[in-house]
Design a protein around this ligand. Sequence first.
Ligand code: URA
Length: 391
Amino acid sequence: MVDPAVPDYQLAAFLMAVVLRGLTDRETTGLLEAMVDSGDRIDLSPVGRPVADKHSTGGVGDKTTLVVAPLVAAAGTPVAKLSGRGLGHTGGTLDKLESIPGFRVDLSIPELVSQVAEHGIAVAAQTADIVPADKRLYALRDVTATVQSIPLIATSIMSKKIAAGASRLVLDVKVGEGAFMEDLDSARALSQAMMRLGDAARLPTTCMLSSMDEPLGCAVGNALEVAEAVATLEGRGPAEFTELCLVAAGLMLGDRTAADEALRSGRALAAYREWISAQGGDPDAALPEAPDVTDVRADRSGVVACCHSRGIADAAMRLGAGRARKEDAVDHAVGIVVHRKRGDRVEAGDVLATVHSRGPADDDAVRASFELVDGGVERGPAVLEITSAGT
Ligand code: URA
Protein backbone atom coordinates (compact mmCIF):
# COMPACT_ATOMS: atom_id res chain seq x y z
CA MET A 1 0.00 0.00 0.00
CA VAL A 2 2.90 2.37 0.54
CA ASP A 3 4.51 1.37 -2.70
CA PRO A 4 4.21 4.46 -4.93
CA ALA A 5 3.54 2.05 -7.80
CA VAL A 6 0.08 1.40 -6.36
CA PRO A 7 -2.02 4.21 -7.81
CA ASP A 8 -4.33 6.30 -5.66
CA TYR A 9 -7.40 5.24 -7.64
CA GLN A 10 -6.85 1.57 -6.75
CA LEU A 11 -6.36 2.37 -3.10
CA ALA A 12 -9.46 4.57 -3.15
CA ALA A 13 -11.43 1.69 -4.70
CA PHE A 14 -10.14 -0.63 -1.95
CA LEU A 15 -11.20 1.85 0.74
CA MET A 16 -14.69 2.25 -0.68
CA ALA A 17 -15.01 -1.55 -0.89
CA VAL A 18 -14.16 -1.74 2.82
CA VAL A 19 -16.74 0.92 3.65
CA LEU A 20 -19.44 -0.90 1.67
CA ARG A 21 -18.60 -4.53 2.47
CA GLY A 22 -16.69 -4.38 5.76
CA LEU A 23 -13.76 -6.63 6.66
CA THR A 24 -13.77 -9.92 8.53
CA ASP A 25 -11.76 -10.08 11.76
CA ARG A 26 -9.00 -11.93 9.93
CA GLU A 27 -8.87 -9.35 7.16
CA THR A 28 -8.82 -6.54 9.73
CA THR A 29 -5.89 -8.15 11.54
CA GLY A 30 -4.10 -8.64 8.21
CA LEU A 31 -4.58 -4.98 7.34
CA LEU A 32 -3.33 -3.97 10.80
CA GLU A 33 -0.16 -6.03 10.47
CA ALA A 34 0.55 -4.67 6.99
CA MET A 35 0.08 -1.12 8.25
CA VAL A 36 2.36 -1.59 11.29
CA ASP A 37 5.01 -3.20 9.06
CA SER A 38 4.92 -0.28 6.62
CA GLY A 39 7.23 1.74 8.89
CA ASP A 40 9.33 1.85 12.05
CA ARG A 41 8.37 0.60 15.50
CA ILE A 42 9.56 2.43 18.58
CA ASP A 43 11.56 0.25 20.95
CA LEU A 44 10.79 1.44 24.48
CA SER A 45 12.78 -1.36 26.16
CA PRO A 46 15.58 1.07 27.21
CA VAL A 47 13.01 2.62 29.61
CA GLY A 48 13.30 -0.62 31.58
CA ARG A 49 9.67 -0.60 32.75
CA PRO A 50 6.29 -1.13 31.13
CA VAL A 51 5.18 2.08 29.42
CA ALA A 52 1.54 3.14 29.17
CA ASP A 53 -0.20 5.02 26.38
CA LYS A 54 -3.65 6.51 25.98
CA HIS A 55 -5.63 7.70 23.02
CA SER A 56 -8.87 9.57 22.60
CA THR A 57 -10.85 9.20 19.40
CA GLY A 58 -11.13 12.97 19.34
CA GLY A 59 -13.27 15.45 21.11
CA VAL A 60 -14.06 19.05 21.87
CA GLY A 61 -12.11 20.54 24.76
CA ASP A 62 -10.24 17.26 25.16
CA LYS A 63 -7.14 18.16 27.15
CA THR A 64 -7.16 14.80 28.98
CA THR A 65 -3.58 13.84 28.04
CA LEU A 66 -2.20 16.93 29.82
CA VAL A 67 -3.69 15.68 33.09
CA VAL A 68 -3.64 11.91 32.69
CA ALA A 69 0.03 11.57 31.66
CA PRO A 70 1.26 13.36 34.84
CA LEU A 71 -1.18 11.40 37.04
CA VAL A 72 0.12 8.11 35.67
CA ALA A 73 3.80 9.09 35.69
CA ALA A 74 3.52 10.43 39.26
CA ALA A 75 2.12 7.05 40.30
CA GLY A 76 5.19 5.30 38.87
CA THR A 77 4.25 4.22 35.32
CA PRO A 78 6.01 6.03 32.47
CA VAL A 79 3.91 7.42 29.60
CA ALA A 80 4.96 7.78 25.95
CA LYS A 81 2.56 9.22 23.46
CA LEU A 82 2.60 10.27 19.83
CA SER A 83 -0.04 12.85 19.17
CA GLY A 84 -1.63 14.76 16.34
CA ARG A 85 -2.75 18.24 15.49
CA GLY A 86 -6.33 19.38 15.42
CA LEU A 87 -8.32 19.30 12.21
CA GLY A 88 -11.90 20.45 11.78
CA HIS A 89 -13.87 20.77 14.97
CA THR A 90 -11.64 18.54 17.13
CA GLY A 91 -8.55 19.96 18.78
CA GLY A 92 -5.12 18.33 18.79
CA THR A 93 -2.94 17.79 21.84
CA LEU A 94 0.13 19.14 20.02
CA ASP A 95 -1.55 22.49 19.34
CA LYS A 96 -2.48 22.78 23.02
CA LEU A 97 1.06 21.97 24.16
CA GLU A 98 2.55 24.44 21.69
CA SER A 99 0.73 27.29 23.44
CA ILE A 100 3.26 26.81 26.27
CA PRO A 101 6.23 29.07 25.47
CA GLY A 102 9.27 27.04 24.40
CA PHE A 103 7.55 23.63 24.26
CA ARG A 104 8.96 21.35 21.53
CA VAL A 105 6.81 18.65 19.97
CA ASP A 106 9.27 17.50 17.31
CA LEU A 107 11.32 15.04 19.36
CA SER A 108 13.36 12.46 17.51
CA ILE A 109 12.63 8.87 18.50
CA PRO A 110 15.89 8.55 20.55
CA GLU A 111 15.01 11.83 22.32
CA LEU A 112 11.53 10.56 23.08
CA VAL A 113 12.83 7.29 24.52
CA SER A 114 15.45 8.95 26.71
CA GLN A 115 12.98 11.56 27.96
CA VAL A 116 10.54 8.82 29.01
CA ALA A 117 13.38 6.97 30.77
CA GLU A 118 14.60 10.10 32.59
CA HIS A 119 11.45 12.13 33.22
CA GLY A 120 8.62 9.60 32.95
CA ILE A 121 6.63 11.39 30.21
CA ALA A 122 7.09 12.37 26.57
CA VAL A 123 4.41 13.53 24.15
CA ALA A 124 5.67 14.15 20.63
CA ALA A 125 4.47 14.61 17.07
CA GLN A 126 3.82 11.52 15.01
CA THR A 127 6.84 11.08 12.71
CA ALA A 128 6.64 10.24 9.02
CA ASP A 129 8.36 6.89 9.67
CA ILE A 130 5.63 5.54 11.94
CA VAL A 131 2.90 3.79 9.90
CA PRO A 132 3.42 5.67 6.61
CA ALA A 133 0.60 3.52 5.19
CA ASP A 134 -1.84 5.30 7.50
CA LYS A 135 -0.67 8.67 6.33
CA ARG A 136 -1.39 7.73 2.76
CA LEU A 137 -4.66 5.91 3.48
CA TYR A 138 -5.96 8.64 5.79
CA ALA A 139 -5.30 11.36 3.22
CA LEU A 140 -7.28 9.36 0.66
CA ARG A 141 -10.07 8.54 3.13
CA ASP A 142 -10.42 12.22 3.88
CA VAL A 143 -11.13 13.10 0.24
CA THR A 144 -13.15 10.02 -0.76
CA ALA A 145 -15.74 9.98 2.05
CA THR A 146 -14.31 6.75 3.43
CA VAL A 147 -13.40 7.90 6.94
CA GLN A 148 -16.50 6.38 8.54
CA SER A 149 -15.68 2.69 8.61
CA ILE A 150 -15.05 0.76 11.82
CA PRO A 151 -12.28 -1.51 10.40
CA LEU A 152 -10.55 1.50 8.83
CA ILE A 153 -10.76 3.64 11.98
CA ALA A 154 -9.73 0.72 14.21
CA THR A 155 -6.69 -0.22 12.08
CA SER A 156 -5.68 3.44 11.67
CA ILE A 157 -5.66 4.07 15.42
CA MET A 158 -4.29 0.70 16.54
CA SER A 159 -1.48 0.50 13.96
CA LYS A 160 -0.06 3.78 15.29
CA LYS A 161 -0.48 2.70 18.91
CA ILE A 162 1.23 -0.65 18.29
CA ALA A 163 4.12 0.96 16.38
CA ALA A 164 4.53 3.50 19.22
CA GLY A 165 5.73 0.66 21.42
CA ALA A 166 3.78 0.97 24.70
CA SER A 167 2.91 -2.15 26.66
CA ARG A 168 -0.55 -1.15 27.81
CA LEU A 169 -3.17 1.06 26.26
CA VAL A 170 -6.32 2.86 27.32
CA LEU A 171 -8.65 4.16 24.61
CA ASP A 172 -11.20 6.86 25.34
CA VAL A 173 -13.88 6.32 22.71
CA LYS A 174 -16.01 9.42 22.39
CA VAL A 175 -19.72 9.10 21.69
CA GLY A 176 -22.16 11.76 20.60
CA GLU A 177 -22.60 14.70 18.33
CA GLY A 178 -19.01 15.98 18.54
CA ALA A 179 -17.51 12.50 17.95
CA PHE A 180 -16.77 10.05 15.12
CA MET A 181 -19.21 7.60 16.70
CA GLU A 182 -22.57 9.24 17.19
CA ASP A 183 -24.32 6.44 19.08
CA LEU A 184 -23.42 4.01 21.82
CA ASP A 185 -23.76 0.90 19.65
CA SER A 186 -21.24 2.11 17.06
CA ALA A 187 -18.88 3.23 19.84
CA ARG A 188 -19.13 -0.25 21.37
CA ALA A 189 -18.46 -1.86 17.99
CA LEU A 190 -15.38 0.33 17.45
CA SER A 191 -14.15 -0.47 20.98
CA GLN A 192 -14.55 -4.21 20.41
CA ALA A 193 -12.73 -3.98 17.07
CA MET A 194 -9.81 -2.09 18.62
CA MET A 195 -9.60 -4.45 21.60
CA ARG A 196 -9.51 -7.45 19.25
CA LEU A 197 -6.62 -5.83 17.37
CA GLY A 198 -4.84 -5.06 20.67
CA ASP A 199 -5.26 -8.69 21.62
CA ALA A 200 -3.88 -9.91 18.27
CA ALA A 201 -0.84 -7.65 18.73
CA ARG A 202 -0.41 -8.57 22.44
CA LEU A 203 -1.07 -4.99 23.52
CA PRO A 204 -3.49 -5.16 26.47
CA THR A 205 -6.17 -2.60 25.66
CA THR A 206 -9.03 -1.19 27.72
CA CYS A 207 -11.73 1.06 26.32
CA MET A 208 -13.72 3.67 28.13
CA LEU A 209 -16.72 5.23 26.43
CA SER A 210 -17.48 8.85 27.27
CA SER A 211 -19.99 11.36 26.01
CA MET A 212 -19.00 14.09 23.59
CA ASP A 213 -22.41 15.80 23.41
CA GLU A 214 -20.98 18.61 25.54
CA PRO A 215 -17.40 19.92 25.59
CA LEU A 216 -15.08 18.14 27.98
CA GLY A 217 -14.51 20.35 31.01
CA CYS A 218 -15.20 24.05 30.36
CA ALA A 219 -12.37 25.40 28.18
CA VAL A 220 -12.23 25.03 24.38
CA GLY A 221 -9.17 26.63 22.76
CA ASN A 222 -5.50 25.84 23.10
CA ALA A 223 -4.03 28.05 25.87
CA LEU A 224 -7.36 28.10 27.73
CA GLU A 225 -7.29 24.30 27.80
CA VAL A 226 -3.72 24.23 29.11
CA ALA A 227 -4.80 26.57 31.91
CA GLU A 228 -7.73 24.28 32.73
CA ALA A 229 -5.47 21.22 32.74
CA VAL A 230 -3.11 22.92 35.20
CA ALA A 231 -6.07 23.96 37.38
CA THR A 232 -7.20 20.32 37.34
CA LEU A 233 -3.76 19.14 38.47
CA GLU A 234 -3.99 21.75 41.25
CA GLY A 235 -7.28 20.19 42.35
CA ARG A 236 -9.40 23.07 41.00
CA GLY A 237 -10.67 21.47 37.80
CA PRO A 238 -14.28 20.89 36.72
CA ALA A 239 -15.61 17.87 38.66
CA GLU A 240 -16.67 15.73 35.70
CA PHE A 241 -13.43 16.35 33.79
CA THR A 242 -11.35 15.53 36.89
CA GLU A 243 -13.30 12.30 37.31
CA LEU A 244 -12.77 11.30 33.66
CA CYS A 245 -9.01 11.87 34.02
CA LEU A 246 -8.87 9.85 37.23
CA VAL A 247 -10.78 6.98 35.61
CA ALA A 248 -8.40 6.98 32.61
CA ALA A 249 -5.31 7.17 34.82
CA GLY A 250 -6.70 4.44 37.09
CA LEU A 251 -7.16 2.16 34.06
CA MET A 252 -3.65 2.88 32.78
CA LEU A 253 -2.21 2.11 36.21
CA GLY A 254 -4.57 -0.73 37.02
CA ASP A 255 -5.08 1.16 40.32
CA ARG A 256 -7.56 4.01 40.75
CA THR A 257 -6.42 4.76 44.31
CA ALA A 258 -2.90 5.46 43.07
CA ALA A 259 -4.31 8.00 40.59
CA ASP A 260 -6.33 9.74 43.32
CA GLU A 261 -3.25 9.85 45.55
CA ALA A 262 -1.07 11.31 42.75
CA LEU A 263 -3.56 14.17 42.40
CA ARG A 264 -4.17 14.77 46.12
CA SER A 265 -0.47 14.76 47.02
CA GLY A 266 0.51 17.31 44.34
CA ARG A 267 2.90 14.76 42.81
CA ALA A 268 0.98 14.85 39.51
CA LEU A 269 1.40 18.62 39.32
CA ALA A 270 5.14 18.20 39.98
CA ALA A 271 5.29 15.52 37.23
CA TYR A 272 3.57 17.93 34.81
CA ARG A 273 6.11 20.67 35.56
CA GLU A 274 9.03 18.28 35.12
CA TRP A 275 7.63 17.04 31.82
CA ILE A 276 6.99 20.52 30.39
CA SER A 277 10.51 21.67 31.36
CA ALA A 278 12.10 18.49 29.94
CA GLN A 279 10.45 19.26 26.59
CA GLY A 280 11.78 22.84 26.53
CA GLY A 281 8.65 24.57 27.87
CA ASP A 282 8.42 26.99 30.78
CA PRO A 283 5.64 25.86 33.12
CA ASP A 284 5.70 29.29 34.82
CA ALA A 285 5.52 31.39 31.64
CA ALA A 286 2.35 33.36 30.95
CA LEU A 287 0.15 31.66 28.35
CA PRO A 288 -0.98 33.66 25.30
CA GLU A 289 -4.04 35.79 26.05
CA ALA A 290 -6.61 37.14 23.57
CA PRO A 291 -7.19 40.89 23.62
CA ASP A 292 -10.99 40.76 23.68
CA VAL A 293 -12.93 38.96 26.41
CA THR A 294 -16.73 38.95 26.12
CA ASP A 295 -19.37 37.37 28.33
CA VAL A 296 -22.28 35.71 26.53
CA ARG A 297 -25.48 35.93 28.59
CA ALA A 298 -28.68 33.88 28.62
CA ASP A 299 -31.66 35.59 27.03
CA ARG A 300 -34.14 33.52 29.07
CA SER A 301 -34.22 31.51 32.26
CA GLY A 302 -34.33 27.71 32.29
CA VAL A 303 -32.24 24.59 32.75
CA VAL A 304 -29.44 23.67 30.35
CA ALA A 305 -30.48 20.52 28.46
CA CYS A 306 -27.20 20.55 26.49
CA CYS A 307 -24.28 22.84 25.79
CA HIS A 308 -23.80 21.46 22.28
CA SER A 309 -20.14 20.61 21.72
CA ARG A 310 -20.42 20.95 17.96
CA GLY A 311 -21.77 24.52 18.17
CA ILE A 312 -19.07 25.56 20.64
CA ALA A 313 -16.34 23.85 18.59
CA ASP A 314 -17.45 25.50 15.36
CA ALA A 315 -17.59 28.92 17.06
CA ALA A 316 -14.10 28.36 18.55
CA MET A 317 -12.81 27.33 15.13
CA ARG A 318 -14.16 30.50 13.54
CA LEU A 319 -12.30 32.48 16.22
CA GLY A 320 -9.11 30.80 14.95
CA ALA A 321 -8.63 28.15 17.67
CA GLY A 322 -8.76 25.29 15.13
CA ARG A 323 -7.90 24.72 11.50
CA ALA A 324 -10.20 24.02 8.57
CA ARG A 325 -7.28 22.85 6.40
CA LYS A 326 -4.11 21.04 7.47
CA GLU A 327 -1.89 23.95 6.42
CA ASP A 328 -3.80 26.60 8.43
CA ALA A 329 -2.15 28.18 11.48
CA VAL A 330 -3.97 28.20 14.82
CA ASP A 331 -4.29 31.11 17.22
CA HIS A 332 -3.33 29.68 20.60
CA ALA A 333 -4.92 32.50 22.62
CA VAL A 334 -8.52 32.42 21.43
CA GLY A 335 -11.36 30.16 22.51
CA ILE A 336 -14.45 29.80 24.65
CA VAL A 337 -14.94 28.94 28.31
CA VAL A 338 -18.40 27.58 29.07
CA HIS A 339 -19.78 28.22 32.54
CA ARG A 340 -23.02 26.24 32.37
CA LYS A 341 -23.61 22.67 31.34
CA ARG A 342 -26.34 20.05 31.33
CA GLY A 343 -28.54 20.22 34.41
CA ASP A 344 -27.47 23.74 35.47
CA ARG A 345 -30.23 26.26 36.22
CA VAL A 346 -29.78 29.71 34.63
CA GLU A 347 -31.63 33.00 34.98
CA ALA A 348 -31.98 35.47 32.09
CA GLY A 349 -28.81 37.59 32.05
CA ASP A 350 -26.57 34.93 33.63
CA VAL A 351 -23.22 34.39 31.93
CA LEU A 352 -23.34 31.18 29.87
CA ALA A 353 -19.84 31.42 28.40
CA THR A 354 -16.87 33.75 27.97
CA VAL A 355 -15.42 34.27 24.51
CA HIS A 356 -11.69 35.08 24.16
CA SER A 357 -11.23 36.60 20.71
CA ARG A 358 -9.35 39.00 18.48
CA GLY A 359 -12.17 41.23 17.39
CA PRO A 360 -15.90 40.78 17.84
CA ALA A 361 -17.20 37.65 19.55
CA ASP A 362 -19.85 35.62 17.76
CA ASP A 363 -22.27 35.89 20.73
CA ASP A 364 -25.27 34.54 18.88
CA ALA A 365 -23.59 31.33 17.74
CA VAL A 366 -22.30 30.69 21.25
CA ARG A 367 -25.69 31.44 22.84
CA ALA A 368 -27.41 29.20 20.28
CA SER A 369 -25.19 26.29 21.40
CA PHE A 370 -26.97 26.30 24.77
CA GLU A 371 -30.27 24.45 24.67
CA LEU A 372 -32.42 25.71 27.54
CA VAL A 373 -35.58 23.93 28.68
CA ASP A 374 -37.93 24.36 31.61
CA GLY A 375 -36.67 21.48 33.73
CA GLY A 376 -36.34 17.73 34.10
CA VAL A 377 -32.68 17.46 33.04
CA GLU A 378 -30.10 15.34 34.80
CA ARG A 379 -26.37 15.44 34.35
CA GLY A 380 -24.93 12.17 32.95
CA PRO A 381 -21.88 10.28 34.24
CA ALA A 382 -18.34 11.33 33.19
CA VAL A 383 -17.69 7.82 31.82
CA LEU A 384 -20.50 5.82 30.23
CA GLU A 385 -18.90 2.36 30.12
CA ILE A 386 -15.58 0.61 30.57
CA THR A 387 -14.75 -2.48 28.55
CA SER A 388 -11.65 -4.58 28.81
CA ALA A 389 -10.89 -7.72 26.81
CA GLY A 390 -13.40 -10.46 27.52
CA THR A 391 -16.14 -8.18 28.95
N1 URA B 1 -8.16 8.80 14.35
C1 URA B 1 -7.25 8.18 13.58
O1 URA B 1 -6.06 8.21 13.85
N2 URA B 1 -7.69 7.50 12.50
C2 URA B 1 -9.00 7.43 12.18
O2 URA B 1 -9.33 6.80 11.20
C3 URA B 1 -9.93 8.10 12.98
C4 URA B 1 -9.47 8.77 14.08
